[in-house]
Design a protein. Structure first.
Length: 317
Protein backbone atom coordinates (compact mmCIF):
# COMPACT_ATOMS: atom_id res chain seq x y z
CA UNK A 1 0.00 0.00 0.00
CA UNK A 2 1.36 3.41 -0.98
CA UNK A 3 0.59 6.04 1.65
CA UNK A 4 -0.36 9.60 0.82
CA UNK A 5 -1.35 12.71 2.73
CA UNK A 6 -3.59 14.63 0.32
CA UNK A 7 -7.28 13.78 0.81
CA UNK A 8 -6.43 11.17 3.45
CA UNK A 9 -8.25 11.04 6.78
CA UNK A 10 -5.60 11.26 9.51
CA UNK A 11 -6.05 10.83 13.26
CA UNK A 12 -3.48 12.64 15.42
CA UNK A 13 -3.50 11.17 18.92
CA UNK A 14 -2.07 13.86 21.17
CA UNK A 15 -2.73 16.44 18.46
CA UNK A 16 -3.23 19.36 20.87
CA UNK A 17 0.26 18.94 22.30
CA UNK A 18 3.21 21.01 21.24
CA UNK A 19 4.48 18.49 18.67
CA UNK A 20 1.02 17.27 17.72
CA UNK A 21 -0.32 20.74 16.96
CA UNK A 22 2.59 21.50 14.61
CA UNK A 23 2.04 18.12 12.94
CA UNK A 24 -1.69 18.76 12.56
CA UNK A 25 -0.97 22.11 10.88
CA UNK A 26 1.47 20.56 8.43
CA UNK A 27 -0.90 17.71 7.57
CA UNK A 28 -3.65 20.23 6.83
CA UNK A 29 -1.28 22.24 4.60
CA UNK A 30 -0.65 19.06 2.65
CA UNK A 31 -4.34 18.46 2.07
CA UNK A 32 -5.21 15.91 4.76
CA UNK A 33 -8.47 15.81 6.67
CA UNK A 34 -7.36 15.88 10.29
CA UNK A 35 -9.03 14.70 13.48
CA UNK A 36 -7.29 15.51 16.78
CA UNK A 37 -7.75 13.20 19.77
CA UNK A 38 -6.43 14.58 23.07
CA UNK A 39 -7.46 14.53 26.73
CA UNK A 40 -5.86 17.98 27.18
CA UNK A 41 -3.84 16.90 30.23
CA UNK A 42 -0.68 18.07 28.44
CA UNK A 43 -2.10 19.52 25.25
CA UNK A 44 -4.00 22.82 24.97
CA UNK A 45 -6.81 23.92 22.67
CA UNK A 46 -4.96 27.22 22.14
CA UNK A 47 -2.17 25.30 20.42
CA UNK A 48 -4.67 24.67 17.64
CA UNK A 49 -5.97 28.23 17.33
CA UNK A 50 -4.59 28.66 13.80
CA UNK A 51 -6.53 25.61 12.57
CA UNK A 52 -9.37 25.42 15.11
CA UNK A 53 -12.07 25.66 12.46
CA UNK A 54 -10.37 23.26 10.06
CA UNK A 55 -9.95 20.19 12.29
CA UNK A 56 -12.26 18.03 14.36
CA UNK A 57 -11.21 17.91 18.02
CA UNK A 58 -12.27 15.06 20.29
CA UNK A 59 -11.45 15.22 24.00
CA UNK A 60 -10.68 11.67 25.08
CA UNK A 61 -8.25 9.71 27.24
CA UNK A 62 -6.55 7.12 25.01
CA UNK A 63 -6.13 4.74 27.97
CA UNK A 64 -9.90 4.31 28.39
CA UNK A 65 -11.68 1.20 27.02
CA UNK A 66 -11.59 0.85 23.23
CA UNK A 67 -15.37 0.40 22.58
CA UNK A 68 -16.01 3.92 23.91
CA UNK A 69 -13.34 5.30 21.59
CA UNK A 70 -14.82 3.58 18.54
CA UNK A 71 -18.16 5.25 19.29
CA UNK A 72 -16.46 8.65 19.37
CA UNK A 73 -14.69 8.10 16.05
CA UNK A 74 -17.35 7.66 13.40
CA UNK A 75 -15.13 7.79 10.32
CA UNK A 76 -12.46 5.44 9.05
CA UNK A 77 -8.85 6.63 8.97
CA UNK A 78 -6.04 6.10 6.49
CA UNK A 79 -3.36 6.85 9.05
CA UNK A 80 -2.77 7.44 12.76
CA UNK A 81 0.04 9.46 14.33
CA UNK A 82 0.36 8.31 17.93
CA UNK A 83 2.12 11.04 19.92
CA UNK A 84 0.32 11.01 23.25
CA UNK A 85 2.41 10.19 26.31
CA UNK A 86 2.67 10.51 30.06
CA UNK A 87 5.79 12.63 30.78
CA UNK A 88 9.09 10.86 31.47
CA UNK A 89 9.90 13.17 34.39
CA UNK A 90 6.69 12.10 36.18
CA UNK A 91 6.90 8.37 35.48
CA UNK A 92 8.84 7.45 38.63
CA UNK A 93 6.28 9.22 40.81
CA UNK A 94 3.27 7.68 39.05
CA UNK A 95 4.37 4.50 37.24
CA UNK A 96 0.87 3.06 37.04
CA UNK A 97 -0.50 6.07 35.17
CA UNK A 98 2.56 5.92 32.92
CA UNK A 99 1.70 2.29 32.15
CA UNK A 100 -1.92 3.16 31.36
CA UNK A 101 -1.11 5.98 28.96
CA UNK A 102 2.11 4.81 27.35
CA UNK A 103 1.48 1.06 27.03
CA UNK A 104 -2.27 0.48 27.30
CA UNK A 105 -2.87 3.59 25.19
CA UNK A 106 -0.63 2.21 22.44
CA UNK A 107 -2.56 -1.07 22.43
CA UNK A 108 -5.81 0.88 21.98
CA UNK A 109 -4.29 2.74 19.01
CA UNK A 110 -3.12 -0.50 17.42
CA UNK A 111 -6.48 -2.20 17.89
CA UNK A 112 -8.16 0.84 16.37
CA UNK A 113 -5.84 0.73 13.35
CA UNK A 114 -6.43 -3.01 12.94
CA UNK A 115 -10.17 -2.35 12.93
CA UNK A 116 -9.76 0.22 10.11
CA UNK A 117 -7.42 -2.05 8.05
CA UNK A 118 -4.57 -0.67 5.92
CA UNK A 119 -4.19 2.18 8.42
CA UNK A 120 -0.55 3.03 9.05
CA UNK A 121 0.48 3.92 12.61
CA UNK A 122 3.42 6.26 13.20
CA UNK A 123 4.58 6.00 16.81
CA UNK A 124 6.78 8.55 18.59
CA UNK A 125 9.06 6.62 20.90
CA UNK A 126 11.91 7.79 23.09
CA UNK A 127 15.66 7.84 22.51
CA UNK A 128 16.14 7.68 26.29
CA UNK A 129 15.46 3.95 25.93
CA UNK A 130 19.15 3.55 25.10
CA UNK A 131 20.26 4.88 28.49
CA UNK A 132 23.88 5.92 29.00
CA UNK A 133 25.79 5.42 25.76
CA UNK A 134 28.16 2.56 25.09
CA UNK A 135 29.40 4.55 22.07
CA UNK A 136 28.63 7.81 20.28
CA UNK A 137 26.77 8.69 18.25
CA UNK A 138 24.10 6.23 19.33
CA UNK A 139 22.43 4.45 16.41
CA UNK A 140 19.67 1.87 16.12
CA UNK A 141 22.12 -1.00 16.74
CA UNK A 142 22.88 0.27 20.25
CA UNK A 143 21.55 -1.91 23.08
CA UNK A 144 18.48 -0.79 25.05
CA UNK A 145 18.82 0.10 28.72
CA UNK A 146 15.66 1.86 30.00
CA UNK A 147 16.16 3.83 33.21
CA UNK A 148 12.59 5.02 33.94
CA UNK A 149 9.08 3.50 33.69
CA UNK A 150 8.51 5.87 30.76
CA UNK A 151 11.43 4.35 28.83
CA UNK A 152 10.27 0.83 29.67
CA UNK A 153 6.69 1.45 28.55
CA UNK A 154 7.83 3.11 25.33
CA UNK A 155 9.96 0.04 24.61
CA UNK A 156 7.05 -2.29 25.37
CA UNK A 157 4.93 -0.20 22.99
CA UNK A 158 7.54 -0.68 20.26
CA UNK A 159 7.24 -4.43 20.70
CA UNK A 160 3.45 -4.17 20.47
CA UNK A 161 3.90 -2.24 17.22
CA UNK A 162 6.19 -4.93 15.79
CA UNK A 163 3.88 -7.76 16.84
CA UNK A 164 0.87 -6.14 15.15
CA UNK A 165 2.96 -5.59 12.02
CA UNK A 166 4.14 -9.19 11.84
CA UNK A 167 0.91 -10.94 12.83
CA UNK A 168 -1.76 -8.62 11.45
CA UNK A 169 0.29 -7.02 8.63
CA UNK A 170 -0.43 -3.59 10.11
CA UNK A 171 1.81 -0.92 8.52
CA UNK A 172 3.86 0.91 11.14
CA UNK A 173 6.73 3.35 11.67
CA UNK A 174 8.59 3.65 14.97
CA UNK A 175 10.49 6.90 15.49
CA UNK A 176 12.69 7.39 18.54
CA UNK A 177 12.93 11.13 19.11
CA UNK A 178 15.88 13.04 20.53
CA UNK A 179 15.10 15.97 22.86
CA UNK A 180 12.44 17.99 21.03
CA UNK A 181 11.96 21.73 21.62
CA UNK A 182 10.15 24.60 19.95
CA UNK A 183 7.16 26.91 19.98
CA UNK A 184 4.23 25.88 22.22
CA UNK A 185 6.39 23.80 24.52
CA UNK A 186 5.43 24.74 28.06
CA UNK A 187 6.48 23.92 31.60
CA UNK A 188 4.23 22.75 34.42
CA UNK A 189 4.75 21.17 37.86
CA UNK A 190 6.65 17.92 37.39
CA UNK A 191 7.39 18.60 33.73
CA UNK A 192 10.06 21.17 32.97
CA UNK A 193 11.67 20.85 29.52
CA UNK A 194 15.07 22.49 29.68
CA UNK A 195 14.76 25.30 27.09
CA UNK A 196 11.28 26.52 28.13
CA UNK A 197 12.27 26.33 31.81
CA UNK A 198 15.42 28.39 31.33
CA UNK A 199 13.78 30.94 29.02
CA UNK A 200 10.74 31.45 31.25
CA UNK A 201 12.85 31.90 34.39
CA UNK A 202 15.25 34.36 32.78
CA UNK A 203 12.41 36.43 31.33
CA UNK A 204 10.78 36.57 34.78
CA UNK A 205 14.05 37.39 36.54
CA UNK A 206 14.15 34.09 38.44
CA UNK A 207 16.97 31.68 39.18
CA UNK A 208 17.09 28.45 37.18
CA UNK A 209 18.33 25.18 38.64
CA UNK A 210 21.00 23.17 36.85
CA UNK A 211 21.12 19.60 38.12
CA UNK A 212 24.18 17.32 38.35
CA UNK A 213 27.30 19.14 37.07
CA UNK A 214 25.50 20.60 34.05
CA UNK A 215 27.86 18.83 31.69
CA UNK A 216 25.28 16.18 30.81
CA UNK A 217 24.34 16.67 27.17
CA UNK A 218 21.21 16.67 25.03
CA UNK A 219 20.69 16.14 21.32
CA UNK A 220 18.19 18.93 20.74
CA UNK A 221 15.95 18.76 17.69
CA UNK A 222 13.58 21.51 16.58
CA UNK A 223 9.90 20.62 16.43
CA UNK A 224 9.48 21.44 12.73
CA UNK A 225 12.30 19.05 11.84
CA UNK A 226 10.55 16.32 13.84
CA UNK A 227 7.27 16.97 12.02
CA UNK A 228 8.96 16.58 8.64
CA UNK A 229 10.57 13.36 9.82
CA UNK A 230 7.28 11.87 11.05
CA UNK A 231 5.52 12.66 7.78
CA UNK A 232 8.39 11.20 5.75
CA UNK A 233 8.18 8.04 7.87
CA UNK A 234 4.43 7.83 7.18
CA UNK A 235 4.93 8.11 3.44
CA UNK A 236 7.78 5.59 3.25
CA UNK A 237 7.84 1.80 3.39
CA UNK A 238 9.27 1.38 6.89
CA UNK A 239 8.48 -2.29 7.68
CA UNK A 240 8.97 -2.95 11.42
CA UNK A 241 12.16 -0.92 11.71
CA UNK A 242 13.09 1.62 14.39
CA UNK A 243 14.34 5.05 13.28
CA UNK A 244 16.10 7.72 15.31
CA UNK A 245 15.19 11.35 14.63
CA UNK A 246 17.98 13.51 16.03
CA UNK A 247 20.65 15.98 14.94
CA UNK A 248 23.90 14.21 15.80
CA UNK A 249 24.95 17.28 17.82
CA UNK A 250 25.26 17.22 21.62
CA UNK A 251 25.00 20.32 23.77
CA UNK A 252 25.61 20.46 27.52
CA UNK A 253 22.96 21.79 29.89
CA UNK A 254 25.45 24.49 30.93
CA UNK A 255 25.86 25.56 27.31
CA UNK A 256 22.11 25.49 26.67
CA UNK A 257 21.73 27.90 29.57
CA UNK A 258 24.40 30.18 28.09
CA UNK A 259 22.76 30.14 24.63
CA UNK A 260 19.30 30.95 26.04
CA UNK A 261 20.76 33.71 28.23
CA UNK A 262 22.57 35.24 25.28
CA UNK A 263 19.43 35.11 23.13
CA UNK A 264 17.61 37.01 25.90
CA UNK A 265 20.59 39.30 26.52
CA UNK A 266 20.35 38.62 30.25
CA UNK A 267 22.41 36.56 32.71
CA UNK A 268 21.15 35.23 36.03
CA UNK A 269 23.54 32.92 37.85
CA UNK A 270 21.85 29.50 38.09
CA UNK A 271 21.57 27.42 41.25
CA UNK A 272 23.14 23.97 41.36
CA UNK A 273 21.48 20.78 42.61
CA UNK A 274 22.00 17.03 42.81
CA UNK A 275 21.49 14.66 39.88
CA UNK A 276 17.89 13.80 39.01
CA UNK A 277 17.13 10.06 39.13
CA UNK A 278 17.18 8.51 35.66
CA UNK A 279 19.13 11.34 34.02
CA UNK A 280 21.50 10.37 31.20
CA UNK A 281 25.07 11.68 30.95
CA UNK A 282 25.42 12.06 27.19
CA UNK A 283 22.95 12.15 24.29
CA UNK A 284 24.08 12.24 20.67
CA UNK A 285 22.15 10.30 18.08
CA UNK A 286 22.73 9.27 14.50
CA UNK A 287 19.83 9.72 12.07
CA UNK A 288 21.73 8.15 9.19
CA UNK A 289 19.26 5.27 8.91
CA UNK A 290 16.26 7.66 8.68
CA UNK A 291 18.13 9.66 6.05
CA UNK A 292 18.84 6.53 4.00
CA UNK A 293 15.32 5.11 4.28
CA UNK A 294 13.19 8.22 3.80
CA UNK A 295 15.42 11.25 3.34
CA UNK A 296 15.22 12.74 6.83
CA UNK A 297 17.63 15.59 7.44
CA UNK A 298 17.25 18.33 10.08
CA UNK A 299 17.27 21.87 8.72
CA UNK A 300 17.37 24.02 11.87
CA UNK A 301 20.40 24.57 14.08
CA UNK A 302 20.04 25.15 17.82
CA UNK A 303 20.54 28.92 17.78
CA UNK A 304 17.89 29.35 15.06
CA UNK A 305 15.43 27.13 16.92
CA UNK A 306 15.97 28.86 20.27
CA UNK A 307 15.53 32.27 18.64
CA UNK A 308 12.22 31.13 17.13
CA UNK A 309 11.09 29.75 20.48
CA UNK A 310 11.98 32.91 22.40
CA UNK A 311 10.20 35.13 19.86
CA UNK A 312 7.11 32.98 20.32
CA UNK A 313 7.42 33.01 24.11
CA UNK A 314 7.70 36.81 24.24
CA UNK A 315 4.67 37.17 21.98
CA UNK A 316 2.62 34.80 24.13
CA UNK A 317 3.53 35.90 27.64
Amino acid sequence: MKNKIKNSKILVVGGAGFIGSHLSEELLKRGARVVVLDDLSNGRIENLKKIRNKVSIIKYDISLPLPKLKKKLKDRFNGIFHLVCFPRSMSLENPFRDLEVNAWGTLNVLELARFYKNCKVVFTSNSGIYGDPEYLPIDEKHSDNPSTPYDANKLVSEYYMKIYNRIFNLPIAICRLATVYGERQMTKPGWKPVIPEFAKNILEGKESIIYWDGEQTRDLIYVKDVVQGLIKAFLAETKDEVFILGTGVETSINNIYRIVSKALDKWIEPKRAEKVAGDIKRMRYSSKKAEEWFGFKPEYNLKQGIKNYINWLKANK
